[in-house]
Ligand binder design. Structure first.
Ligand SMILES: Cc1cc2nc3c(=O)[nH]c(=O)nc-3n(C[C@H](O)[C@H](O)[C@H](O)COP(=O)(O)OP(=O)(O)OC[C@H]3O[C@@H](n4cnc5c(N)ncnc54)[C@H](O)[C@@H]3O)c2cc1C
Length: 601
């Protein structure tokens, strides 16, 4: 090609470039390099300043009605992702500066706050994040303006080694010398688990109807290893419904059983059955929700019905799930005001029930304990339907910590050959009255039975024998007092013979007794009246909860000594709570120094 041809060709290219450039500058808003940025738009924002050419642009991303799934997933704002980004315009060979601002936090939707005095409340988190976001945007904007001025006045050190490490045009120009994050409070988000600051998507691993109106949903996230002072908590589940969100609170249930885990570990190789058991056992360690389904049309229930189990054949760009119905957006763990008080008390006194009366500060209980005055804690739980979930969480927490305490004492006794006199001062008794329509509506029945009899089984050790003995003796007392069915001869003999042996380990003094109240009169499967189905672990009554039943259960709590204290927890639908409160008041149970009544809404 001749020189003139080459020159002509270059001219044509330059003309085309100039044309394209002038077209771009007409379609974009000129922006002075010291412009302030409106940070209220709910999206990432970019300001570009072309210094050296007259181009300076603000390019806010169009605000969308709904946050994108990446925003839903957003981690705490990291300083390193945003700020002044430099690049070079290949055409003009001039340096461009760009300001990338973080997205504004998403305001909680109406109804997202469950009004249970949670700490942190989703609204508090939002306001904290908003303040932090504004401060960060202000700082980044100032930095950007300073960089623009420096570039315009030729003081920009681009090209220097230092600047090159800060600016990386090819990778989007991340500022990589600062790792400051805006995580304002102490609650740490778990990278792979739940986050308290934002909704994260998790695959639905299993969806199973336990009954016509009960759904069990297993999510692909481990039941959080919450610290001792966070044993009681709930999780927010968010569904997208058209262009709106529906957010509801649910209490996950911990279905992992140590006996299962040990069994799996003891297996050497994995046959088909073993692998199946292992898969089932690993599912039991996941976050599991029990959901009460209401007849359709019911927004929340219908969205749960529409959930699908994750299928590995199709792919979702974020979670690997094929469609939105295979994913649940979760946020947590969140504690209600009540949870916080109980959690701190369980953490301090694992063997004890909570004392949450505002007029009875925990210190007074500690004094009681120090002076060895308080010896008996009684808890009566009265639940209906899904109201069992917080009760079960509570029972699990107490059970778990008592197990730990028991093991610790057992170890100490073995190692130091030390007796544990004085350790068995506090006795805790728990009665649970659980109301449903039929046996198939009972949630966590097996798990409750296990809590009644303990995980050790009757033949393992003196400790477990002692435990069983205590349960049986407790039953004996109940049978005498309440004329519930009859204890079998074997049970009675075992209780008596064990009571004769004396107990070497008397630290575990938990007694859980379960009574089911079923409003349907007979069992549909066996066609036998419900009271015939009572066992040593659970009593079954037909009908509705009555004042007489409450009186019988509470009978032994009528005349509390100054060393005893009674806690009554009620959790069910509003009408049920109101009915039970009325009956308790008719029976003379009111909040006092020795009796605390908690209605869980
Ligand atoms: C901290 C916390 C933890 C919770 N944990 C659980 C849990 O583990 N499992 C669980 O299932 N729920 C749980 N809930 C309740 C759950 O969040 C929802 O409120 C519940 O599923 C009802 O859905 P909704 O609010 O959309 O019902 P809404 O339609 O707003 O109705 C509110 C209430 O009216 C009654 N109701 C509505 N429709 C019907 C109907 N067709 N028939 C009979 N009664 C009806 C129900 O009592 C319902 O709770 C929890 C709530 C809180 C605050």
């Amino acid at each position: 090609m001749s020189n003139s041809a080459v020159a002509k060709w270059l001219e044509e290219i330059a003309a085309a470039k100039a044309k394209a450039q002038s077209k771009a500058s007409h379609t974009q808003q000129p922006h002075p390099s010291n412009a302030t940025v409106d940070i209220s738009a709910n999206s990432d924002q970019t300001i570009t300043a072309g210094i050296g050419s007259s181009n300076a642009y603000i390019q806010p991303n169009p605000p969308s009605l709904l946050p994108t799934s990446s925003q839903l997933q957003r981690k705490p704002i990291s300083r390193s992702q945003y700020g002044t980004v430099a690049s070079f315009d290949i055409k003009t060979r001039k340096k461009l500066l760009r300001l990338v601002l973080p997205p504004e936090p998403i305001k909680p939707a109406p109804g997202e706050c469950c009004s249970n005095d949670c700490d942190p409340c989703v609204n508090t988190i939002y306001w904290q994040d908003l303040v932090a976001h504004r401060e960060l945007c202000k700082r980044l904007t100032l930095e950007y303006e300073a960089a623009c001025l420096a570039l315009a006045s030729g003081e920009d050190s681009a090209g220097s080694e230092e600047q090159q490490t800060r600016l990386d045009a090819n990778t989007g120009g991340k500022i990589d010398d600062e790792n400051e994050t805006l995580d304002l409070d102490q609650v740490q988000d778990d990278e792979n688990g739940l986050s308290i600051r934002s909704y994260k998507p998790f695959k639905v691993l299993k969806k199973r109807y336990l009954s016509e109106n009960t759904l069990q949903v297993v999510c692909d996230v481990a039941y959080p290893k919450v610290p001792r002072d966070m044993a009681l908590f709930h999780v927010l589940i968010r569904f997208r419904r058209g262009d709106q969100f529906v957010t509801k609170a649910f209490t996950p249930v911990d279905m992992s059983r140590s006996s299962d885990a040990e069994e799996i570990e003891s297996k050497v190789s994995g046959s088909g059955l073993e692998a199946e058991a292992e898969a089932e056992s690993s599912l039991s360690r996941k976050l599991i929700f029990l959901v009460k389904l209401y007849p359709s049309p019911h927004a929340t229930s219908d969205m749960f019905r529409a959930l699908e189990e994750y299928s590995s054949t199709t792919q979702h760009h974020e979670t690997g799930a094929s469609n939105e119905n295979e994913v649940l957006f979760l946020r947590g763990p969140i504690q209600t005001g009540r949870d916080i008080l109980w959690n701190s008390e369980i953490a301090q006194n694992p063997g004890l029930a909570p004392a949450v009366m505002p007029n009875r500060p925990m210190k007074s209980r500690d004094r009681d304990l120090e002076s060895n005055k308080m010896k008996q804690e009684r808890i009566v739980m009265i639940a209906a339907g899904s109201g069992i979930t917080p009760m079960y969480q509570f029972l699990r927490a107490i059970h778990q910590y008592q197990e730990q305490k028991h093991e610790q004492l057992e170890r100490e006794q073995r190692v130091y050959n030390r007796g544990n006199e004085g350790e068995d001062q506090v006795v805790q008794e728990v009665d649970l009255i659980y109301c449903n329509r039929t046996t198939s509506d009972i949630w966590l029945r097996q798990e409750l039975q296990e809590l009644c009899s303990g995980p050790d089984g009757p033949h393992d050790s003196v400790a477990s024998d002692t435990h069983i003995m205590e349960d049986l003796l407790a039953m004996d007392t109940l049978n005498t007092n309440m004329s519930w069915g009859t204890q079998t001869e074997t049970e009675s003999t075992l209780a008596k013979s064990l009571s004769g042996t004396g107990s070497r380990l008397r630290t575990r003094r938990r007694r859980v007794r379960v009574q089911h109240v079923l409003s349907s009169l007979e069992d549909h499967h066996s066609h036998r009246p419900y009271h015939d189905l009572s066992t040593v672990q659970e009593r079954i009554h037909a009908g509705r909860i009555t004042r007489d039943l409450l009186r019988d259960t509470l009978q032994q709590n009528m005349d509390l000594t100054e060393n005893e204290r009674l806690q009554i927890l009620v959790c069910g639908p509003p009408l049920f709570n109101a009915d039970v409160s009325r009956m308790l008041s008719q029976l003379g149970f009111q909040d006092s120094k020795s009796c605390e009544i908690h209605i869980l809404e």
